[in-house]
Design a protein around this ligand. Structure first.
Ligand code: P1T
Length: 393
């Protein structure tokens, strides 16, 4: 591990936290399924006691995750939502959280419908202008929570600018880095206190795991979260930890191709007769294209667009694709397409969705690593079929 500390991202993705098993020489990390570990006597554990508390496969994943974000600490959870819930359990009734206005529907649900009734106050605000933070900070504000790019309207938030404002008031800043991944964006280097991920997405990359994680350089936060990780117990299985470790080995390769394909699809859709608007931070038409260039290595693999003719036409198009699968989630090698208003963001009130720009015909895609010509042709035939059925072409 220590030898690897100074290595570059691609090397860390393949190796960090992992060494041949000292017992067998196994090159790949063993999946240690045991729920409990022998002790040399009562209260005399060796390295591990009980798998909710700690597990060798999970610890290896946590070391690897810390190396990728360049953090001192990382903790793995059973899902992105479990990671978020565990962080929010550090707060107390009467505390106040500021979140960006555009959030994954499940994150919104935790904030408003799970933690709200337990006494946690929250305010959502458009932080694409960081000055808005000053308008909503209260004496009891204990956390600021942002996604960038946001899900699903792909707004960007200037992490350094928000972090500076938080720091001057000693408020911790959490960045959900799921859409960008540590390959494209490093929030801790830009001043964030905590980084969270749904490892379900790009980190695992193969749509066969649900998982989450939290990374930090703040040992006080780490200790509190480590306590809650064990006490609440929303931990991932050793098998899932192994799969995420395996997925991470190709993170850098996959991200390069996701980005390349997303650019191709973005330009293709931008000139399509059935498309009103394309939202992709990599397009010069994106209002924060300059911030994307400053803050991210590249603009990522997520893209949203508005179909001409509204939801009815979009619904038809989504049932006509054959390379794109109509499904929730993102970040896998396969391309996915969805309508946030009735799928991933159904838990957000309709007026709030409209205000965010999740308008009639709003579609989100996770651009996979297939041949980009096949992706464009698939979208083209589906959109044209939908357009013809509705007399728009
Ligand atoms: O699904 P889970 O692993 O619990 O992760 C929740 C989560 C957290 N943060 C962001 C930015 C996310 O996008 C998600 C999950 N999102 C989807 C399932 C989706 O389709 O948008």
């Amino acid at each position: 591990m220590s030898k690897l500390k100074a290595m570059r991202f691609d090397t860390l993705a393949v190796h960090a936290g992992q060494e041949p098993d000292p017992l067998s020489g196994a090159v790949m990390t063993p999946i240690v399924l045991s729920s409990t570990f022998a002790q040399d006597g009562p209260g005399k554990p060796r390295a591990y006691e009980y798998s909710r508390t700690d597990n060798p496969t999970r610890r290896t994943l946590e070391h690897c995750l810390a190396a990728l974000e360049g953090s001192k600490h990382a903790l793995a959870f059973a899902s992105g939502c479990a990671a978020m819930s565990t962080i929010l359990h550090v707060l107390r009734p009467g505390d106040h959280v500021i979140a960006c206005d555009d959030l994954y529907g499940g994150s919104y649900r935790i904030l408003k419908k799970v933690m709200g009734p337990l006494g946690l106050e929250s305010t959502q605000v458009d932080l694409s202008d960081p000055r808005r933070l000053d308008e909503v900070i209260r004496p009891n504000t204990k956390l600021v929570w942002i996604e960038t790019p946001t899900n699903p309207t792909l707004k960007l938030i200037d992490i350094s600018a928000v972090a500076e404002r938080c720091k001057s008031r000693s408020i911790p800043l959490v960045v959900d880095n799921t859409f960008a991944t540590p390959y494209l964006q490093k929030p801790l280097e830009l001043g964030a206190t905590l980084v969270v991920h749904s490892t379900t997405k790009y980190l695992n990359g193969h749509s066969d795991v649900v998982g989450g994680c939290v990374m930090t350089n703040d040992s006080g936060w780490h200790e509190q979260l480590r306590f809650l990780q064990n006490a609440i117990g929303a931990v991932p299985s050793p098998f899932d930890c192994y799969l995420v470790l395996r997925g991470i080995k190709t993170l850098h390769l996959r991200m390069e191709r996701h980005v390349q394909n997303a650019h191709r699809v973005a330009y293709f859709l931008a000139s399509h007769p059935m498309v009103e608007r394309v939202i992709y931070p990599g397009l010069p038409s994106h209002p924060q294209h300059e911030l994307a260039k400053k803050q991210m290595k590249a603009a990522g693999g997520m893209l949203s667009f508005v179909v001409r003719g509204g939801d009815e036409v979009a619904r038809i198009a989504l049932s006509e694709t054959s390379v794109f699968t109509c499904a929730e989630s993102l970040g896998g090698v396969e391309s996915l397409i969805e309508m946030p208003s009735i799928m991933t963001h159904g838990s957000i009130p309709p007026e709030q969705r409209k205000a965010l720009g999740i308008v009639d015909g709003f579609v989100r895609i996770s651009v996979g690593v297939e041949d980009p010509d096949d992706l464009c042709e698939d979208l083209d035939q589906a959109l044209r079929k939908a357009g013809k059925k509705n007399g728009l072409l």
